[in-house]
Design a protein around this ligand. Structure first.
Ligand code: UDX
Length: 434
């Protein structure tokens, strides 16, 4: 199959490299000439474990290439994926589809022969219809089928998720397109990945429903965690106790500082907006959004309480700035709101992150340290915000010796209270009293 990926950002690049690794012939297109130039030179613009190796291998094998010339690539393609960004529109929270529609217009003008155009970007229900309308309007002779095929990749585990998916969802109404999409994903049949064919609208909604549900699940356990703290229960045991029920499932029940990242905040907002527009408001999702927003700042207050109720002039060390480990992504990271709350209360903040410091510099004005112990030098309280492996086995004696006051706030429940307290620390986790 000749595959073109329009948009060489996170999703486009990972998907393109993985399709090439399956043996397909893939061209990744992007308007940003500097990005394409970098990729041609083997420089990967994002941090994703294993991606550089995968790109290098497939470029060498001649299956993966990069270009800014969309027309040429599309003319030779069997399948064109649209994998451009759909950020939240400023002001109203709707997904901004400007890039998707612009891509559809450009693709339409260059189509030759039967071509399947697939939206991989996360797009609200009905976007496929509009993409199809744009293509037919731009090029009435185009022999085209428009398909929805959402991605379910987690940052930091995207390659694994792509190669061993729980399911593949494909929304279409055209038999020829079904044949093409079956070929595209045939390499995954070996792994027995279920492939679910649905209507386009259903497929588009599945993506939002999945992310909305997961965001709700996290938010549910976060509220249970708050209650645990009030009544003297332990949220980790509650998670285990409910997660063993097959109807609930154990995953996404880790209480923490609230969800962040490029998907959940944006997709929950877009789902709520779509639902409102169709006079079918999703109050569960609206409430989830509000609870999660409040939670991030509330975590700042939790740190302040752990430091004795006042952090004016005190130093707070922050371990982990990205929204989760194994990524350099800072988008909607809880660390942003936590740092802001601490600074508003007069604290001096020093932070460290294994991969996210460069992005963090654009978003916060703090002292950036070279490691956790340097960040903690002279600190009155240390707060673990992101559970990078590097923070899972801290040398607590060393940490204590560099800190002014040994207080550890563990927003990911990495440590056990009694272990940390045995080293002379005051400890606060999430959703447990001791
Ligand atoms: C998510 C979805 O998992 C993926 O399927 C979708 O395509 C894109 O959005 P991602 O944002 O990369 O992926 O990360 P994920 O691992 O899902 O975590 C999202 C956020 O939820 C993080 O901030 C994480 O810390 C938080 N989280 C996750 C919790 O607080 N508790 C949990 O139990 C799980």
């Amino acid at each position: 199959m000749h595959i073109v990926m329009v948009g060489s950002g996170y999703v486009g690049l990972v998907s393109g490299a993985c399709f090439a690794d399956f043996g397909h012939d893939v061209v990744c297109v992007d308007k940003a000439a500097d990005k394409i130039e970098a990729l041609k030179n083997g420089v990967i613009p994002i941090f994703e474990p294993g991606l550089d190796q995968l790109v290098e291998t497939n470029v060498k094998a001649g299956r993966l290439s990069f270009t800014t010339e969309l027309a040429e690539a599309v003319a030779a393609a069997d399948v064109v994926f649209i994998a451009v960004g759909t950020p939240s529109r400023r002001g109203d929270g709707h997904a901004d589809l400007g890039y998707v529609y612009a891509a559809a217009r450009e693709i339409a003008a260059s189509i030759k022969g039967f071509t399947v155009v697939v939206t991989k970007s996360t797009v609200p229900v009905g976007t496929g219809d509009e993409v199809e309308r744009i293509i037919r309007e731009t090029n009435p002779d185009a022999d085209v089928a428009v398909v929805s095929n959402p991605e379910f990749l987690r940052e930091g585990a995207a390659i694994e998720d792509f190669k061993r998916p729980d399911r593949i969802v494909v929304g279409l109404a055209d038999d020829r397109a079904r044949g093409v999409m079956t070929e595209v994903y045939r390499p995954l049949y070996l792994n027995q990945a279920p492939i679910l064919f649905t209507s386009r609208q259903t497929s588009e909604l599945i993506k939002y429903a999945a992310n909305g549900f997961l965001a709700m699940k996290i938010t549910f356990i976060n509220e249970i965690a708050d209650l645990c703290e009030r009544v003297g229960a332990d949220v980790q045991d509650v998670s285990r106790g409910i997660g063993l029920d097959g109807r609930i499932g154990a995953k996404f029940l880790h209480a923490g500082p609230g969800y962040g990242g490029s998907c959940f905040p944006k997709d929950t907002l877009a789902l709520a907006k779509t639902a409102q527009d169709h006079d079918s408001p999703m109050r569960l999702i609206e409430t989830t959004i509000a609870i999660n927003d409040n939670r991030k700042r509330a975590m700042g207050r939790k740190v302040i309480n752990a430091a004795g109720g006042d952090v004016r002039g005190k130093k707070v060390a922050v371990f982990g700035l990205t929204f989760k480990p194994n990524t350099d992504d800072m988008r909607d990271s809880p660390a942003i709101a936590i740092v802001q709350a601490l600074q508003d209360a007069g604290a001096i903040v020093s932070g460290y992150d294994p991969e996210g410091m460069e992005n963090a510099r654009q978003m916060m004005d703090i002292e950036f340290a070279k490691g956790p112990y340097q960040a903690a030098e002279g600190a009155d309280v240390a707060v673990l915000v992101t559970e990078w492996n590097e923070f899972r086995a801290l040398d607590l004696n060393r940490l204590k010796s560099v800190m002014k006051a040994p207080v550890l706030v563990d927003l990911r429940n990495v440590y056990r209270a009694h272990e940390v307290e045995a080293h002379g620390f005051a400890y606060a986790g999430v959703g447990k009293v001791k």
